[in-house]
Design a protein around this ligand. Sequence first.
Ligand SMILES: [Mn+2]
Length: 477
Amino acid sequence: MDEDEHDKDYEYVVIGCGATGFSVIKELARKNKRVLAIDSSVERIEVLKDQEYDAIVGDATEDEIYKTIDIFKVSVILVLTPSVEINAEAIKKIRKLSKEIFIISRATNQKTKEELEVLGADFVVTPQDAMKNAIINAVEEIDTYRRVKKFKEVLKNIDGKLGIFTHDNPDPDAISSALALKEIAKHFGVESDILYYGEIFHQKNRAMVNLLEIELIRADEADLSNYSKFALVDSSNVGANNSIPKDVKLSIVIDHHPAEGVEAEYVDLRDDVGAAATIMTEYLEQLKIVPSRTLATALFFGIKSETDEFKRNTRTSDFTAAAFLYPFVDHEMIEKMEGPAISTETLDVLGMAIKNRQVYSSFLITFAGFINDRDSLPQAADFLLRLEGISTVLVFGILKDMVYLSARNRDVRINIGEVLKRAFGDVGSAGGHAHAAGGQIPLGIFGEVTDRESLSKLITEAIKKKFLNAVGIEVST
Ligand SMILES: [Mn+2]
């Protein structure tokens, strides 16, 4: 043995260098891991050394070999001889020396696997397990392969222009998914437009569209007869969360919300991803289409905002997609799109909301005044929820002829979505989740009052009463 082998620290030691052990050693070395091979066969060790691997002859069932290597510096020992008896003996010896070291071993079946685990192996692989995993991988690959093949066929068969719909009031996930489909379609020689109903009203969404110069067409103003086929992304059924006319036939539907009864030539609905942009990123990867800087930035922003910075409903595939996009992303642009933490408008709304706050035990209710941007209400509500002693917040403001409500809650006994529905469902529309909800009430129901001060008072009193009633608090006014 060469003198310098003693000086080296190894992360991995592989015991048993037959066909399995040898391929593991090669793979670890390829990944630049420091690995030492041990085998009782002099010939095998010679072969390994000839190929420049660090290797020593030794018997895994003898104490001697474990004195030769500095076992306390090794992080993982892989005991991979074909003999379960030898592996068992080796595991016993290693465990006697160290409780810390990770041991991966190899068994012949479920029974011997359990035996080795009892002796202290952390992870034991059997041929059955390995075969099963390989087959499951193959099945998954075939699924993906078939999916992509079908997708390509449908795209190639589009004769004319493709209209790509998003859900109403598209968010970054919807916009970026539509943009991805547009680029993919173009790749197959199909021109397309992105069509949407509603508004792009959140600051971030507007910033995204403007900064990335994404061309979106208001579906209301478009002549739908210009399109030969239609697609829908980030939404799944005509009429559900979208204003697509009932007579429009969809050819492609891609969404990350499970739905029933979706009819189209090509349907890809998944519930194991956090964003539609993740699905679209996978298509780019599988179709080997390198995303443009704009598209990569849009999709990354889409995944990031849909999963609330990877905090909400995020799956492995969302991280994988983000990692794929990462090198192509314009990160400065992302920062710009996210905008300042708080806009002047929001600051004004917040100031008003703080000034007008009324607190009833852990409830805070406040009128945020006459606002220009609905988006500032949830931001104000989020902020006020951080006040000491407050666990439920209701902020409302007037925009044009509507009173908008935004509520936040962290009291586990309260479902704020239900509360808003109960309180305001009869006079407007309201609802949401246990922790966040919103609603709107037409100003008309408050009568003919025109002077702002009286109107403010009237609305505040009415909303306060209805809300507190719904949560079971009596107030004398
Ligand atoms: Mn989405």
